[in-house]
Write a protein that binds this ligand. Structure first.
Ligand code: NOJ
Length: 551
């Protein structure tokens, strides 16, 4: 069952979502209580950011015990309840799997640094000089100056691709390879549906290379996949490989490595297209996106818990993106932008809706970052990426309904900017408003789910004669959908090249258009989007609004 090929994913930061015991941190029981909400939205699969024991120097991406849960978030029993309750609602659960590194507080590293004779010394990558692997780039350029850090106790340098508090594991060591499989097994035995595998390009290092995407990394990942297929059929692996499409392609192997991979380069190009009001960059990246095996799927997104990465854009465009979307230098981080979706799009409802419609019109299973479905804001005064990880806004009450703790005891402050504060932006009020962003998205998701051609149909561009108007044809098992998005915020009159003549209906508004040739003249308002299908396949009664033949 390839459920992931037509699923909508939702990224949850457990710490930020719902606090059930009033300690100021979101937790697993809190998330369980909110599953009905996620089901209402139409989410099929949750991806939980790391929930394992951790000193939280990198929000849990620094694990100090792969077999227990961060006490503030709950315990393994709470986790079992969450999994059971999600499954009861037909939802799947992925957890983050941080394979590349541990926390420096992990007992393995504590032991390793304590003596050259430690049985764990070889779990990490050591050197007497900081000169090895000079071609490996630094990823956290704003905080780290080298991939090597001197460890006084160890008397050697250790290798780390991220913060110095996250020493890289040594995958040359068979014991490490086995230890990671043991961790996988523990969580799979608890019934989860798979993993979002963190930072997979960096598992192995080799002199004379950039230490990314090495064949030995792929070989190990294939073993992980084989282990899962053999023992936990139906579970999936989602790759976090922030690479060009041609470098992500090998992570799908011959359908025997990752089931899914994030499509990193398409993401900034959605923002480029929206701001430049031209589809040029989107066309370029889609045309550069290779075919993937039948049992694989892209995972597409607008935002996530990190900075909006601009690693996969050329320096000139990066500079342009910074100017357009991060005018205040504090909005910039590493090679990216640390802002949420709504502020990036000037809190303009039409543009935010268009961004989602555009995302859902592209191939891939989309993922929504918690809070973006209600248009939450960010807080650039918070350190690093914390500004996009603030408490979920459930209602207009104290602490946005996130927690009963005193405000000063929250893990992070609730957004205070009046434009985005809970009084203005919250789930409760949006649930009550049929035209809210939340309900608009819910409607898009429902239609998306019933139209597998959107997620995994073939993709072909359609001519519109206007760079500001995106149109594509999506086909799957004899069903065709034509997506049209006006990237401009002004009206456009275009002729869309259609796959066939006849009556075409918009699944979103119920309006219909008739064409006797292959050109459909159409008048679009600013930021308007349409999902057109042949009228004979169209169930008018399920669509709100008056179907009519127009324009
Ligand atoms: C990628 C994660 O998305 C990010 O949040 C984290 O800091 C790094 N990997 C290191 O684990």
């Amino acid at each position: 069952m390839m459920w992931y090929k037509n699923a909508v994913f939702y990224e949850v930061n457990v710490r930020a979502f719902a606090d059930s015991d009033g300690n100021g941190h979101g937790d697993l029981p809190g998330l369980t209580q909110k599953l009905d909400y996620l089901q209402y939205l139409g989410v099929d699969c949750l991806w939980l950011m790391p929930i394992f024991q951790s000193p939280l120097r990198d929000d849990g991406y620094d694990i100090s015990d792969y077999f227990s849960i961060q006490p503030a978030f709950g315990n393994v029993d709470d986790f079992k309840v969450l999994v059971a309750e999600a499954h009861r609602r037909g939802m799947k659960i992925l957890t983050d799997l941080v394979m590349n590194h541990t926390s420096d507080q992990h007992p393995w590293f504590r032991s390793a640094r304590s003596s050259r004779n430690s049985p764990y010394r070889d779990y990490y990558v050591w050197s007497d000089t900081p000169d090895k692997y000079p071609d490996a780039r630094i990823i956290f350029v704003d905080t780290e100056t080298s991939n090597w850090s001197w460890d006084e106790q160890a008397g050697q340098y250790y290798w780390h691709r991220f913060y110095a508090s996250q020493p890289d594991l040594n995958y040359e060591n068979p014991a490490v390879r086995q230890a990671m499989l043991d961790a996988l097994k523990f969580w799979l035995d608890l019934g989860i549906d798979g993993f979002r595998a963190d930072a997979v390009p960096y598992l192995f290092e080799r002199e004379g290379t950039i230490c990314e995407n090495l064949p030995e990394t792929h070989a190990y990942l294939k073993q992980v996949r084989a282990f899962m297929d053999e023992n936990y059929p139906g579970t999936i692996l989602l790759a976090e490989a922030n690479q060009w499409p041609e470098d992500v392609r090998p992570y799908f192997g011959d359908g025997d490595e990752f089931h899914m991979g994030f499509h990193f380069p398409v993401m900034p190009r959605i923002f480029i297209s929206l701001r430049s009001q031209s589809k040029e960059d989107l066309v370029w990246i889609m045309n550069r996106t290779p075919q993937i095996p039948e049992n694989c799927q892209w995972c597409t997104f607008l935002r996530n818990h990190d900075e909006l990465t601009l690693e996969m854009v050329i320096p000139d465009k990066r500079e342009w993106m910074w100017q357009e979307y991060a005018p205040d230098p504090r909005m910039r981080l590493n090679l990216g932008i640390r802002r949420r979706l709504a502020p990036l799009l000037d809190n303009d409802p039409a543009r935010i809706r268009l961004a989602f419609a555009l995302l859902f019109s592209l191939p891939g299973s989309p993922i929504i970052y918690y809070g973006d479905e209600i248009g939450m804001g960010d807080n650039i005064d918070l350190f690093d990426r914390n500004g996009v990880r603030t408490p979920m806004q459930w209602n207009a009450g104290p602490n946005a309904g996130f927690s009963t703790a005193a405000p000063e005891d929250l893990y992070a402050p609730v957004i205070a900017d009046p434009q985005y504060a809970p009084a203005k932006v919250n789930v409760e009020s949006q649930l009550a408003d049929p035209d809210s962003l939340l309900n608009t998205l819910r409607n898009l998701l429902a239609i998306h789910k019933g139209r597998p051609e959107l997620a995994w149909g073939t993709f072909a561009w359609l001519e519109t004669g206007d760079l500001a108007v995106f149109a594509c044809q999506r086909d799957w098992m004899g069903q065709t959908l034509v997506a049209v998005c006006n990237l401009a915020d002004t009206e456009r009159a275009v002729k869309v090249e259609m796959p066939s003549a006849g009556e075409w209906s918009d699944l979103l508004s119920g309006r219909a258009w008739l064409t006797d040739g292959l050109e459909l003249p159409i008048h679009l308002s600013g930021s308007q989007y349409l999902w057109l299908v042949k009228s004979w396949g169209y169930a008018a009664e399920t669509i709100p609004g008056e179907p009519q033949v127009g324009i």
